[in-house]
Ligand binder design. Structure first.
Ligand SMILES: *Cc1c(COP(=O)(O)O)cnc(C)c1O
Length: 394
């Protein structure tokens, strides 16, 4: 049996997979079982921000694995403390809680908002979330996800969740009240189709959250860790959330999630109120420390910004050449979305045949999220492959 057949036979079919299984990665390239080479413009869905088999990350996790992997949070964990220091030192954060995924981080953030309302004796427990958002697959996180297809047939969802329109502050004003305990929002909607929040919208949201004494949660699971050209996307907007959730790229592929809190919110979760067996263990946080040390470097981030601008420029050129295939282009840094007028699914399949890994999300939006370590020459190669694939289709 080959890998595809084994998956078919033994793995629950919760994914539609491409008939490819990779066996090796190196920088921005992946290699399949037949030795075919692919340029990776997906990075494991914005996870491998430092590329595949990054030497510094490898060295760190190999050494950590040889020394100590897990002891539980009944004891102190040096790389966990160090990672918390790095995250708070480079953000608005005061304290950090570690978990294992994005959904779990959002789950904890929602619990925190509810608990804040409880301790403050607020009048209600409502959470405001946004249409077209994505926050994960656990019950609370899928309950605040504003896309029906993810929660259909799983109801009843978490109660007291209200949805407003993204980038529409009036729709928030209509539903916010003394009963609101939290607002959860992505600074750039990722799965929803790479839709950046407008500055005015987030600033007004910040004001409303303060006026109603409600916890403003930024889900930076996809936008965080340098993806947008700043370490965290909120830093583009000149405001700060109360709570920020992280995951995807924080461990460059080692599972890890985090809840970052400001001073107002950092003492709400007390011993016994929230926990995780694996959360913040030696292996994942050692990886996180190395990731943060590399990506928080201003030179590195400047480079991401430059390469993001370069990629966008190239896509804009492509759009001018092929206006019948591409319309709008949006995003920040190396998180670029392109509205397609052609069938995205067949574009992805044809690109794979040519050795280019791309992804379509939010209906028919081409999402380009390559490793942040990508070189301009590799962007050129990817764009050429994309161009010839589009031409084949149109
Ligand atoms: C991927 C993602 C999640 C879910 O993360 P998991 O690790 O899959 O649970 C949550 N929020 C956003 C914005 C994401 O992109």
């Amino acid at each position: 049996m080959n890998t595809c057949e084994m998956t078919e036979n033994y793995v629950m079919k919760t994914y539609n997979r491409y008939p490819i299984s990779f066996i090796k990665g190196e920088g921005c390239y992946l290699y399949d079982e037949n030795g075919k080479k692919y340029l990776d413009f997906l990075a494991g869905i914005a996870v491998c921000n430092l590329g595949h088999s990054n030497e510094e990350i490898l060295k760190t996790i190999c050494e950590q694995a040889k020394t100590l992997i897990h002891t539980s949070n009944l004891f102190h964990i040096k790389p966990q403390a160090k990672l918390a220091q790095l995250i708070t030192g480079n953000s608005f954060g005061d304290k950090v809680f570690f978990c294992n995924s994005g959904a779990e981080a959002n789950e904890g953030a929602i619990k925190l908002a509810r608990r804040y309302a409880f301790e403050k004796g607020k009048k209600g427990y409502e959470i405001i979330a946004f249409k077209n958002s994505f926050h994960g697959r656990t019950f609370a996180s899928v309950s605040v996800t504003g896309q029906g297809k993810y929660n259909e047939g799983f109801g009843p969802m978490l109660s007291e969740v209200k949805f407003a329109k993204f980038n529409n502050i009036d729709s928030v004003k209509e539903i916010i009240s003394e009963k609101t305990c939290g607002i959860i929002v992505e600074p750039i909607q990722g799965e929803g189709g790479i839709i950046p929040a407008k500055e005015h919208f987030l600033k007004e949201l910040r004001k409303l959250a303060t006026d109603f004494d409600t916890i403003l949660i930024f889900d930076e699971v996809q936008t965080g860790i340098g993806r947008t050209g700043k370490l965290f996307a909120y830093q583009h907007y000149g405001i700060k959330p109360d709570v920020m959730t992280l995951a995807k790229a924080l461990g460059n592929g080692i599972p890890i999630g985090a809840i970052v809190t400001n001073e107002k919110t950092s003492t709400i979760l007390k011993p016994g109120l929230h926990a995780s067996t694996f959360g913040g263990n030696f292996l994942s946080t050692a990886a996180g420390v190395k990731v943060m040390e590399i990506i928080s470097n201003p030179e590195f981030l400047k480079n991401v910004e430059e390469k993001g601008a370069y990629l966008k420029e190239k896509i804009e050129k492509l759009q001018k050449e092929l206006p019948e295939a591409i319309s709008e282009i949006r995003g920040k840094g190396l998180m670029v979305g392109t509205v397609l007028k052609i069938n995205g699914k067949s574009l992805v399949q044809k690109a794979l045949k040519k050795g280019l890994i791309i992804n379509v999300t939010g209906g028919n939006i081409l999402r380009l999220v390559p490793p942040l370590t990508i070189e301009k020459e590799e962007i050129d190669i990817g764009i050429e492959l994309l161009k010839s694939t589009i031409k084949e289709i149109s």
